[in-house]
Ligand binder design. Structure first.
Ligand code: GAL
Length: 681
């Protein structure tokens, strides 16, 4: 990412007037092509009323913009862009390539993706294209170029929105196009087939290749496909979509070098196929889509996703491209948001660095698959609680103007997120199929939040040396370089905490021999000979009375500097170490050999943080009830306090002038409320 400032604002129609204040942008996906023209004027009136200043236009418009090969229809979009510009609303203009039109699929069915069992997917939904299809690429780039040429000087244009949620429906394609591109990708990675044979351990099960053209994607076969082939196919599939982004971006940059280009990531829940950590620097600004999930800790998962997005943006402001005002339509049962949740969810993203708050979508569709998905203007229309809440949030965001462009204030602690460990730790033919990498990282982050400790998310390739403590659960894949960086971190005074199944394999998914946790064995001063995963109804008990699930191990201590913080009690492992800490250089390296329950994680955290000299930032009586984040800029620090509960909380311990969230003279934050304090420098 080139720009530290929210570039979309610099292009905003209002910023032509240089005195126009920068602000936290507000808006939605806008799909006027679903509505008759007379609704458009009404849309603009309601947008103005709600303080909307940016909308994403044209995301699913290919069939309207190009009704046939060589035929174009821009009249409607010209009119929409003009209406937006007149109203001072910016357009994040989509390249419209997300969903190919019927004529293209009819003429070129070879663009359709193929599943691992050889089924060609049909059109009729969306995103039915192969990321590696040269035919699709040519048509998509032609569309992007045509749009860029037409709208390059349009005053409404503030940013380009490439495609949409790349990989949402077509991440893994096993077609012949994919096979050919996969081979090229492997040639680039390995240079020779011998090197590939080594990396893929192909002497196992007689899988040795004589030539690259014998290699296929891991299509459905008789037994577990080769793990490194699976891993490389994940890497390749993520890369193929990234390359599609880059191809569209470069076409746009050639025509409009000054207009920033983005695409909307999906940092949410178990969406793991796109290695956004590796994509982020290709975007002019990071954008994310987030939806509340029907899971335990759903609100906190939102914050964790936002913190992860902030790390992808390297602490710079980012753009919340989509979330929902209320219910979605794609869960088994779709419940509306409760009072206060619309604003709290949006502001929690701002708390983690979002400088734009946008939804899917502006006006709730009357027809189509998403007609029961909430929007800024619901089916009930303007006279509705939902639209009134939207208008109110637009006013709240106006009060947060001074925050626009401010950075995340770094925390003392970070949890480490590594996409490749995510992919690799969850492959098949492993000690347990129940391990969920992201949940492991999230649960440590949540434990820190509950203890009142602000924690950043840091990507494995980013510099983590500035943190006092780094939590790296299930850091399964540790290549040589990362091994060295972790050792240096501890040597220089950092406190590393890691868990079972960490340090186990190198970048080729080959085991570090000599005992687990392989690459981290010496740093941790321990050695494990065998994994002992637990059955679903099995638990282990630790000396502090808390329970472990999922995993256990016989941990042997190999270094006299290791102290045992918890032991197993009872069962096969009775008396053996469960949690250890080794002093190494100026820092420490701790190891947790089971999946602790939340009480176990909490009590251990207290011990580990005390040892690392990290103090909670949230007063004791509010721990577990609020979340605190900080943004920082030239005008000082902005402290967000998010009420995670359904009860009011007293914020008498917080200093500073409240920009939002508290009424004059009061220090009571409403149930599900958000307050922002300004501390001047
Ligand atoms: C996103 C998508 C939007 C809309 C939304 C519904 O995945 O980008 O177009 O489908 O989900 O929640």
């Amino acid at each position: 990412m080139k720009n530290a400032t929210p570039t979309w604002l610099r292009h905003h129609p209002d910023s032509k007037n240089s005195s126009a204040p920068r602000r936290i942008s507000f808006g939605a996906d806008y799909n006027p092509e679903q509505w008759p023209r007379d609704v458009w004027g009404e849309d603009i009136r309601l947008m103005k009323q709600a303080n909307v200043d940016v909308v994403s236009v044209g995301i699913f418009s290919w069939a309207r913009l190009q009704p046939a090969q060589g035929r174009w229809d821009f009249d409607w979009l010209d009119e929409v862009m003009d209406l937006l510009a007149e109203a001072g609303i910016g357009a994040d203009l989509a390249t419209a390539t997300a969903s190919p039109p019927a004529w293209l699929v009819t003429e070129h069915p070879e663009i359709l993706p193929v599943t691992e069992d050889g089924v060609t997917l049909s059109p009729g939904g969306r995103q039915h294209w192969r990321p590696t299809s040269p035919v699709f690429r040519e048509h998509a780039l032609n569309l992007a170029r045509t749009l860029a040429e037409r709208y390059k000087d349009h005053p409404a244009l503030v940013a380009w929105h490439v495609n949409n949620e790349l990989g949402c429906h077509n991440l893994y394609d096993y077609s012949d196009d994919a096979a050919a591109s996969f081979r090229e990708w492997l040639v680039q990675r390995y240079g020779s087939v011998d090197e590939l044979n080594r990396a893929w351990s192909t002497d196992f099960w007689s899988q040795r290749y004589q030539a690259f053209d014998q290699i296929l994607p891991p299509r459905k076969g008789t037994a577990f496909p080769n793990p490194t082939q699976q891993l490389d196919f994940k890497r390749f599939s993520s890369d193929a979509l990234k390359q599609h982004f880059i191809a569209e971006r470069d076409v746009l940059r050639a025509v409009t070098p000054d207009v920033p280009v983005t695409t909307n990531f999906m940092v949410v829940g178990e969406t793991k196929g796109m290695n956004f950590s590796d994509w982020a620097d290709e975007l002019d600004f990071v954008a994310n889509d987030h939806y509340r999930l029907p899971i335990e800790h759903s609100r906190d998962e939102l914050s964790f996703s936002a913190a992860t997005t902030s790390s992808l943006a390297r602490g710079n402001p980012w753009f919340l491209m989509e979330h929902s005002t209320s219910a979605v339509n794609w869960q088994p049962i779709n419940r509306p948001k409760r009072d206060g949740e619309l604003a709290r969810d949006s502001l929690a993203h701002v708390a983690h660095g979002a400088d734009a708050v946008c939804y899917f979508q502006w006006r709730q569709s009357a027809g189509g698959a998403e007609k029961y998905h909430s929007a800024m203007v619901p089916h009930a229309g303007e006279d509705s609680r939902l639209y009134r809440s939207v208008v109110q949030l637009g006013q709240t965001l106006d009060q947060l103007q001074p925050l626009a462009g401010t950075q995340r204030a770094p925390a003392q602690v970070a949890v480490l997120m590594d996409w490749e460990s995510w992919w690799c730790s969850e492959l098949d033919s492993h000690p347990t199929e129940d391990l969920r990498y992201r949940q492991e990282v999230f649960h440590w982050w949540l434990a820190l939040l509950n203890e009142g400790v602000r924690a950043d998310v840091v990507q494995a390739h980013q510099d983590f040396s500035g943190y006092d403590a780094v939590f790296a659960p299930v850091l399964h894949m540790v290549p040589h370089q990362l091994k060295g960086r972790l050792e240096d971190f501890v040597l220089e005074g950092g406190h590393l905490v890691t868990t079972y199944f960490s340090g186990t394999v190198d970048q080729d998914d080959r085991v570090w021999l000599g005992g687990y946790p392989g690459a981290l064995r010496d740093l941790l001063g321990i050695r494990v000979e065998e994994f002992a995963p637990l059955l679903r109804d099995e638990t282990v008990t630790l000396t502090d009375g808390t329970l472990g699930t999922l995993w256990s191990e016989q941990v042997d201590i190999t270094d006299s500097g290791v102290e045992v913080l918890r032991r197993y009690v009872g069962g096969e492992l009775d008396g053996s170490p469960a949690v250890t800490r080794r002093r190494g250089g100026a820092g420490t390296a701790s190891y947790v050999s089971s999946r602790l329950d939340s009480a176990g994680r909490a009590s251990l955290l207290r011990d580990l943080l005390a040892g690392a000299g990290v103090e909670p930032e949230i007063p004791q009586q509010l721990r577990g009830r609020i979340e605190v984040t900080k943004r920082v800029g030239a005008q000082g620090e902005y402290v967000f306090v998010i009420n995670r509960t359904d009860e009011p909380v007293n914020l008498q311990d917080f200093a500073g002038h409240a920009l939002i969230g508290l009424s004059a003279g009061s220090r009571t934050l409403a149930s599900r409320g958000v307050a922002v304090f300004h501390l001047q420098r």
